[in-house]
Write a protein that binds this ligand. Structure first.
Ligand code: TPP
Length: 276
């Protein structure tokens, strides 16, 4: 359970880092900003409240693991890691520029704090399952978290991993589906309908929890519940809004990827400051 003060602290941090996502998008010329903003509150809850990590020891063996399976949202992961001190956040001024350690999809060999290089959709969940199974086999205590996109659920390898996680009872794995209902080129239901997602995961042996993915109380409670589950891996279906916090991006497929000029940046920042 979050105290009122903790919730306020998370909301403030989320707002500050949304602004940083906008700034980086402005300076680098374009990012997958829509999905970075939809996954954002989950990332903030994980990194500022829930995960066992140490920015001074990115390779600490017993740290919790995190895999951003929808790796195109890397800009959002990068601003969190920079803010926490895994690296100098000023480096993000060169995000995705030639010679920068930060490509659009983060590379675990170049960016401290990244546990898996992702970007090819469908690969992150199998990697996360491997990390969870690795902990079980070695009798270690780390927990593995993973965020997949709802459009990413079109990939067959997501369902191979889902089947294996159910079979092996990977109770030390918590997966979020960032269900913003939009993919790269339109509503997920039109590109290829993935619903009912809950029934699919349940059929593969998972426990399903459905939440508002922008509400910190619900995110933290769902993770707490996932830790108490002793039989099944847990998927948290997080209903989110693509572009969340920037009024002219919210719910717009066109903002899957985009750049900002100075005027748009100022409008985006003003919107975040108004609504958060
Ligand atoms: C294997 C693979 N196919 C296609 C792409 C191109 N691609 C990048 S993002 C994206 C859409 C993903 O949709 P979703 O998971 O819903 O992302 P979100 O809306 O959360 O940003 C696609 C098709 C890719 N990165 N990898």
């Amino acid at each position: 359970m979050l105290t009122a003060m903790e919730k306020k602290r998370l909301e403030k941090k989320a707002r500050q880092l949304r602004e940083h996502i906008v700034e980086v998008t402005f300076t680098c010329g374009g990012t997958h900003i829509g999905g970075a903003l939809s996954q954002h509150d989950i990332l903030v809850a994980l990194y500022y409240k829930l995960m066992k990590i140490d920015p001074k020891q990115p390779d600490w063996e017993d740290r919790d693991r995190f895999v951003l399976s929808k790796g195109h949202g890397g800009v959002g992961h990068a601003v969190v890691l920079g803010d926490l001190g895994f690296f100098d956040a000023a480096l993000l001024d060169d995000f995705n520029k030639t010679g920068s350690p930060f490509g659009m999809h983060l590379d675990r060999l170049k960016v401290p704090g990244v546990d898996a290089s992702t970007g090819s959709l469908g690969h992150g969940l199998p990697l996360a399952l491997g990390m969870a199974m690795g902990a079980k086999l070695q009798g270690r205590s780390w927990h593995t978290y993973c965020i997949v996109g709802d459009g990413e659920c079109h990939e067959g390898s997501i369902w191979e991993a889902a089947m294996a996680a159910g079979h092996y009872k990977a109770t030390n794995l918590t997966v979020f589906v960032d269900k913003n209902r939009l993919s790269l080129d339109g509503p997920t239901k039109d590109v290829m309908n993935i619903d009912p997602l809950d029934g699919k995961f349940e059929a593969f042996g998972w426990r399903v929890i459905t939440i508002d993915g922008h509400d910190f109380d619900s995110i933290c409670k769902a993770v707490e519940d996932s830790h108490a589950e002793e039989e099944r891996p847990v998927v948290i279906i997080a209903n989110t809004t693509k572009g969340r916090g920037v009024d002219f991006m919210e719910g717009q497929t066109a903002w899957h990827y985009g750049g900002l000029d100075a005027e748009m940046r100022d409008k985006a920042l003003a919107s975040i400051r108004r609504t958060g």
